[in-house]
Design a protein around this ligand. Structure first.
Ligand SMILES: C[S@@+](CC[C@H](N)C(=O)[O-])C[C@H]1O[C@@H](n2cnc3c(N)ncnc32)[C@H](O)[C@@H]1O
Length: 353
């Protein structure tokens, strides 16, 4: 057995390529079959023809195999099971996006409705626009700023939960690549629940962090991450990074998966605000997915739907490097690597006075 690596979690994608296969894995979790097979292999003579067919789908997908007259989990799926939480979350959120696509492809692509083909879902008590939260993703429909509206609040909670789950696995990767203990106080802009900041504080025992995000989002983070390692050194600050003053006194400012969402001028605005807030001699760090060519991901795997559905937002490091150079950044360092998709860690130093 080799050493564990923070990038090991990408193994989950091997079992979540096709929709049919992935939903079958989800069903195997839901009905407790995975847990039963973890407890004991199933004698091959036991299942009726329906369960045997279900098992054959899992077998074709490499989840189970027949060994010594029994169905058992494969060794490789056993490795993926270490990241079960992520696997189940990815199945959940990709399924929500598949429902969005099936229900209203025009809305997902923001192309406007083609009236004669529109399918209308029955109104519910919770919203005239359909059920809240965990069936549809509907990123195109809810407003992160509006936490007064229960539909927006539920949709925000679901989206924040997904971001938080991704960050739980992604944050340790940057901790293995960058020495955060060289800093005293970090500011994470668009820091969501604070999962990244807490992970960094866990790795750097003397570091304190401020998480800056929209007020409704930091409220969810403060509530859901309380008690997690590192949490006691994380301060939550609610606000709008485009309009409000950012916390000062930080020798490290970070953006994790936050800049790519914005067009060039807005991303530059965020970098400029971060640069002003950063102490002289401090470091700005960008940890983001990088540009992809969809031709390299054909057909789009089920587990990458939620990420590649926004592939057009992902940009290469040049757009950040150009702004940082203009701001007078020194010592730009770039590392590019592949996880679920291409990623980058870009750091730049602000001249010391
Ligand atoms: C794609 S998410 C990434 C979240 C987090 N950094 C992570 O990697 O899990 C972008 C984050 O930016 C936040 N955000 C959006 N608009 C913002 C604004 N105007 N000011 C501050 N944060 C904002 C969102 O609430 C969200 O948490």
């Amino acid at each position: 057995m080799g050493e564990d690596s923070p990038t090991d979690y990408v193994v989950i994608h091997e079992f979540l390529r096709g929709i049919y296969e992935s939903l079958t894995v989800g069903e195997a979790f839901r009905r407790g079959l995975i847990d039963e097979l973890l407890d004991a292999p199933l004698p091959a003579s036991e299942p009726d023809h329906l369960l045997r067919f279900f098992l054959s789908v899992l077998e074709a997908n490499g989840v189970v195999e027949q060994r010594d007259g029994h169905y058992a989990l494969t060794e490789r799926f056993g490795e993926a099971l270490r990241f079960r939480h992520l696997m189940e979350a990815q199945i959940k959120y990709s399924t929500m996006l598949v429902r969005d696509l099936a229900f209203d492809t025009s809305a997902v692509f923001a192309l406007g409705e083609v009236a004669e083909h529109a399918i209308h879902e029955p109104a519910t008590e919770t919203s005239p626009d359909g059920p809240i939260g965990d069936e549809y993703l509907r990123l195109y429909q809810f407003d992160l700023h509006d936490s007064e509206n229960p539909w927006d609040q539920a949709a925000t909670e679901a989206w924040v939960d997904y971001m938080n789950t991704l960050s739980r696995y992604e944050a340790p990767v940057v901790c293995s690549k960058y020495d955060f203990s060289a800093h005293r106080r970090m500011l994470d802009i668009g820091g969501n629940t604070g999962q990244f900041a807490c992970t960094v504080c866990e790795h750097a025992p003397d570091l304190h962090a401020a998480v800056f995000d929209l007020p409704g989002v930091v409220a969810i983070g403060r509530r859901t991450l309380a008690g997690r390692p590192g949490f006691d050194r994380v301060e939550y600050v609610g606000g709008d990074a485009f309009a409000d003053e950012l916390p000062r006194g930080c020798d490290l400012v970070t953006f994790k998966s936050t800049l790519h969402d914005w067009p060039d001028d807005k991303a530059a605005e965020l970098l400029e605000a971060a640069w002003s807030a950063l102490e002289p001699g401090g470091t700005l760090l960008v940890f983001e997915r990088s540009r992809v060519d969809l031709k390299d991901y054909q057909p789009v795997p089920f587990s990458l739907l939620t990420l590649l559905g926004w592939a057009w937002t992902l940009r290469g490091p040049e757009r950040y490097e150009a702004v940082l150079r203009r701001l007078g950044a020194e010592d730009l360092q770039l590392e590019e690597f592949h996880l679920d998709l291409p990623w980058m860690v870009l750091t730049a130093t602000k001249p010391a006075g």
